[in-house]
Design a protein around this ligand. Structure first.
Ligand code: FAD
Length: 298
């Protein structure tokens, strides 16, 4: 590629590149401003080639399935990098090497078919593997750090590195990725099990979920982390906010740690509800709720 090319012309040759891309279409809550630039590399090679072309002062952010993400109405002033095309999956005995763009539910289903257990909890979480690692996603008493062996990351200079899971200091909905690192793949260590038994456990988890969460409306899963020995939903409900509405957003009448979009919500509506829940819970119970939802932009 000639050096006369601008960085965005270079990226346009390496994948799907757009300007002023509305992020509402890329996050499960269905709200949010635009990304100044949006880039979906064709493959890992294209991603590695693209990253060093982006000027150092331009912010970048990885996008998975947008199931834990809110972009403020003023937008994100940088490049959103959609990792969805990195969807390879390799099985090596009881170890799985899985691209960042694979859906968690697809990995759970594939492992069930292979009779590999340990990843069932992913069946009910709507994110991709990259987001799952970044968030240390978990459900039903299991989390990514229980099975993660290592991650492959690409750094801002385009180089690839494998990082052992122990180096990520993973905690409750937290992992310490190296600064600027994008997860491109993860390696999981699973156990041999019985395919029918695994499928039955996944069905049971799905049934449990459907009854307790407002899954028919756009949402982003749990808005707050649970404080030690308590539940954010209990505290928000006790503060009298269940069903409370601002604009088109509502603290779900079904589950108080969910915010749902009635169709015409803005990010500002959602952020106002988050502020209200935090301040009311702190005022009444002295507990400071920490958001699980990642909020970016202006
Ligand atoms: C209905 C519903 C139920 C949910 N239930 C659960 C649950 O039970 N347990 C749970 O833990 N979560 C749950 N979530 C939240 C969400 O699904 C998880 O946090 C998931 O791991 C996010 O993955 P994602 O691909 O959507 O990430 P995104 O929302 O796209 O991104 C989340 C964060 O991860 C970063 N990120 C994404 N991909 C990469 C990458 N490749 N490299 C580096 N950083 C990256 C993003 O920059 C962002 O900061 C739920 C969400 C919904 C909507």
């Amino acid at each position: 590629m000639g050096s006369y090319m601008t960085w965005w012309q270079a990226l346009a040759r390496l994948g799907d590149f757009r300007e002023h891309e509305p992020m509402a279409a890329h996050v499960t809550l269905g709200v949010g401003g635009a990304a100044r630039w949006y880039f979906r590399p064709r493959d890992l090679h294209a991603l590695s080639a693209a990253l060093p072309r982006i000027p150092g002062e331009v912010a970048i952010m990885a996008l998975g399935r947008g199931s834990n993400l809110l972009v403020a109405d003023g937008g994100f002033d940088g490049v959103v990098i959609d990792m969805g095309s990195l969807d390879t999956l390799r099985v090596d005995g009881t170890a799985i090497h899985c691209g960042a763009g694979v859906r968690m539910s697809a990995l759970a289903a594939r492992c069930a078919d292979l009779g590999l257990e340990g990843v069932e909890f992913m069946a009910t979480v709507p994110g991709n593997i990259g987001g799952a690692v970044a968030m240390n996603a978990g459900a039903f008493g299991q989390q990514v750090s229980d099975i993660l062996q290592s991650v492959d990351v690409v750094l801002r200079d385009g180089s690839l590195r494998t990082v052992a899971a122990e180096a990520l200091a993973m905690g409750y909905r937290h992992s310490d990725l190296p600064p600027g690192a994008l997860v491109v793949a993860a390696r999981f260590g699973l156990r041999a099990g019985d395919a029918d038994g695994i499928r039955a456990r996944i069905r049971a988890m799905r049934n449990k979920r459907g009854g307790s969460q407002p899954l028919a409306q756009p949402n982003c899963g749990s808005v707050f982390k649970n404080p030690p020995q308590d539940h954010a939903a209990r505290l928000i409900e006790a503060a009298g906010l269940k069903g409370h509405r601002i604009g088109g957003a509502e603290i779900s009448a079904q589950h108080a740690n969910f915010i749902v979009n009635h169709g015409d919500a803005s990010s500002s509506d959602v952020l106002a509800l988050i502020d209200l829940a935090r301040s009311e819970v702190e005022r009444r119970f002295g507990v400071v709720l920490e958001p699980e939802l990642r909020v970016v932009g202006r």
